[in-house]
Design a protein around this ligand. Structure first.
Ligand SMILES: Nc1ncnc2c1ncn2[C@@H]1O[C@H](COP(=O)(O)OP(=O)(O)OP(=O)(O)O)[C@@H](O)[C@H]1O
Ligand SMILES: [Mg+2]
Length: 262
């Protein structure tokens, strides 16, 4: 039986100078779920992603993974505990081919200990290198990019680049995936392809997905639950059709602030 994994954000606040990018945010998500995070530009979506994944420390509040406080754990340790991610705008090395990108991602995940072993070229390091390569081939097959392994990442379409980024995250065998705008700038067919891979991951491996996305139609049609941010606050959450029908949610997208709505 596959165990349940739950990430809980409890009263998280993060400010940059005088600007509160995340204001007392709380929610949970877990295995097999598909949750969308939406909100206008600057609403605090990426700040929330970075707080969940460990690149930012909240000023207040707690992040828990299966009840354990992980607020102070660095991101690579969170990855080992099953928290995978992709970055807004991508994070591939454009001059390296896809296979090398997959392998660099795998070695980066091996962390400090791994780096020492690789430098000393121990038997363990050679085994680790072999398993990184095998894992790279396996995830490339799963996301359908095996034919692109020798292509320079910079020559791929945006959709293909996002599939590579997803494959790198998947190689860490995440229990939960946090994706910051993976569909931005993608063609319709590429969007469907990526959503297909995510659906399979959720069904086959019970991976929980939290996805930041601007396209409201895409989240309405695909996500089970939405969290709407505006000015750092959660202004609505729940079933997509219900949440998006709210006048104040629509107004947030038109630039009217929540406080202005009677
Ligand atoms: N490192 C930083 N230093 C200062 N201000 C920041 C920093 N990161 C984010 N901000 C500010 O915090 C607010 C929230 O930014 P964030 O990137 O989280 O928004 P977002 O919802 O992801 O926006 P977008 O849809 O454009 O990606 C913005 O006003 C942004 O300018
Ligand atoms: Mg962002």
């Amino acid at each position: 039986m596959i165990s349940q994994t739950t990430l809980a954000i409890d009263s998280v606040t993060k400010s940059f100078g005088g600007l509160t990018a995340n204001d007392n945010i709380s929610f949970e998500f877990g295995s097999g779920e598909f949750v969308g995070v939406v909100g206008p530009n600057g609403a605090g979506k990426s700040t929330l992603v970075e707080t969940i994944c460990g690149r930012l420390r909240p000023d207040k509040g707690v992040v828990r993974l299966n009840g354990e406080d992980i607020t102070r754990l660095p991101s690579h340790v969170r990855a080992i505990h099953g928290l995978g991610r992709t970055f807004q705008g991508g994070s591939l090395f454009p001059d390296l081919d896809v296979m090398t990108n997959l392998r660099v991602g795998g070695h980066a995940r091996a962390g400090h200990l791994g780096a020492w072993r690789f430098m000393l070229r121990t038997r363990g390091s050679r085994q680790a290198t072999r398993s990184v390569k095998e894992k790279a081939l396996e995830v490339a097959d799963r996301v359908g990019i095996s034919s692109l392994l020798n292509v320079r990442a910079g020559d791929l379409s945006r959709g293909e680049q996002q599939l590579v980024a997803l494959a790198i995250a998947m190689a860490g065998e995440p229990k939960l995936l946090v994706l910051d705008e993976p569909l931005a700038g993608l063609e319709r067919a590429e969007i469907d392809r990526l959503l297909g891979v995510l659906a399979k991951l959720r069904i086959d491996d019970r991976v929980g997905v939290l996805m930041v996305e601007h396209n409201l139609e895409v989240v309405r049609m695909n996500c089970e639950r939405l969290i709407v941010l505006d000015l750092g606050r959660v202004i609505a959450s729940g079933a997509p059709a219900t949440v998006l029908a709210e006048t104040y949610v629509q107004q947030a997208y038109l630039g009217v602030h929540v406080g202005d709505v009677p």
